[in-house]
Design a protein around this ligand. Sequence first.
Ligand code: ZN
Length: 52
Amino acid sequence: MFFFKACPRCGGDMYLNRDMYGAYTQCVQCGCVLYIQEEKETVAVAAKEKAA
Ligand SMILES: [Zn+2]
């Protein structure tokens, strides 16, 4: 499942994924990750890589 131009960082396309922490969307272009918290709003999370 894709979310086109949903990345808050670069405006790129994001795809839905899931890991042990829950569902998240990750940007194809820059790797920015947004975790989707159940019962709460989607909260922006800093990208996994170190801050530039
Ligand atoms: Zn991006």
